[in-house]
Design a protein around this ligand. Structure first.
Ligand code: UDP
Length: 366
């Protein structure tokens, strides 16, 4: 059985890992999880391990805060001896955070094969830390699991050999299918926040391009506040980075409901019943589509271009009126399609890694 060392550390990675870890357990694959500590508290980390039944991390590096260099450097330093002693068959990384890059870089230098789930995504905005992380990780990885045709085409254009690219669909679709069913049964989030199904905006804001630019953050929050005052409730689970930024810039909405980050089942329930979603999150853009809810993306570009092409998502650069865009998007249904696979992504990842270990064992057999 192959031994997988999974490196993760941030909220979206817990959600991506949940279906894959379950598929590993079903396939009898031995997985050890390293939690870097990038997101570390109850609301940003523990709740996901409990609710999504992700195996408890075998190692917790407790690394968070500081600049990108300090954080990534500390991760490199801590991961190297750990990987050297474990020598797994694969190191598995997800997405585009500092934890992703650190895991891929250490493994690659130790000549341990790297598998990257959610490979090939590009925003073409090199100022984004996520873009830097994903480009570097893709070019270090040995197997690149892509979610979409666009991602696959991008890697080919960048010269990644065809045999390293495996289009498996989007693991977040697996999660949406599995947990979507549970969310309605288990979550009472709408009544907790006095929200009426179909009559509120769900918003999330956390990208550095929004939180680090006071003008931009202010204009988003003012736009949301206008909707909350004039049209319908706006609920915004506040990412810790955004909370700090709002405090620093003195931004205090009067009508929008700022709430603490919520667990995944609550989040899915909030998404499923929103009239429209406003977000700068990659994951939330897709979840809006998975649950059939129109979305306005609070960015100039998106990695998930299919959703814009299909009409489910609309990009809103800061030049336009947020309120008008949100109200115009309510009730919009884009075209049908299956750009993110069929919900079997996690199973395909597990099968691939299992087969590759069997091949290796045969090659090594006398
Ligand atoms: N999410 C959550 N609770 C929240 C906000 C987001 O469970 O309060 C989930 C959301 O449903 C999605 C993921 O976190 O699955 C997205 O993470 P985030 O927006 O932090 O990162 P990104 O997707 O932009 O990388």
């Amino acid at each position: 059985m192959p031994q997988i060392l999974t490196v993760l550390g941030a909220r979206p990675q817990f959600i991506k890992a949940a279906p894959v870890s379950r598929a590993f357990a079903e396939a009898g694959i031995d997985e050890a999880i390293v939690h870097t500590g990038q997101h570390f508290d109850e609301g940003m980390s523990d709740v996901f391990f409990e609710e999504l039944e992700i195996p408890k991390p075998s190692f917790n590096l407790g690394i968070h805060g500081g600049g990108h260099g300090a954080m990534t450097g500390a991760m490199l330093q801590a991961l190297e001896p750990l990987m050297e002693s474990k020598r797994p068959d694969w190191v598995l990384v997800y997405g585009d955070t500092n934890s992703t890059l650190a895991g891929a870089l250490v493994a690659s230098k130790l000549h341990i094969p790297v598998a990257h789930v959610e490979a090939g995504l590009r925003s073409f905005n090199r100022r984004m830390p996520e873009e830097q992380n994903r480009i570097l990780t893709d070019h270090l990885a040995d197997v690149l699991f892509t979610p979409t045709d666009t991602a696959t085409a991008r890697l080919r254009e960048e010269g990644i050999p065809d045999e390293c690219i495996h289009q498996v669909g989007d693991v977040m679709y697996d999660a949406a299918l599995y947990y979507g069913r549970l969310a309605d049964a288990r979550s009472d989030v709408l009544s907790r926040y006095s929200l009426t199904a179909g009559d509120y905006v769900l918003a999330t804001v956390h990208r550095a391009e929004n939180t680090d630019d006071p003008e931009r953050l202010r204009s988003i929050m003012e736009g949301l506040d206008e909707v909350a005052q004039q049209d319908m409730a706006v609920v915004l689970p506040l990412h810790p980075r955004t909370r700090v930024a709002c405090e620093r810039y003195g931004i205090q909405p009067r009508y929008t409901q700022f709430i603490d980050p919520v667990g995944y089942l609550d989040m899915v329930a909030l998404e499923r019943h929103a009239a429209v979603i406003a977000t700068d999150s990659g994951g939330v853009q897709k979840e809006a589509y998975f649950h059939g809810v129109p979305c306005v993306t609070l960015r100039d570009e998106t990695e998930w271009v299919e959703l814009v092409e299909m009409g489910w998502n609309r990009l809103l650069s800061s030049r336009f009126e947020l309120r008008d865009a949100l109200l115009a998007q309510v009730g919009v249904a884009g075209s049908k399609g299956a750009p993110y696979g069929d919900g079997s992504t996690a199973q395909q990842v597990a099968e691939y890694l299992l087969k590759s270990a069997l091949r290796k064992a045969c090659d090594l057999a006398p």
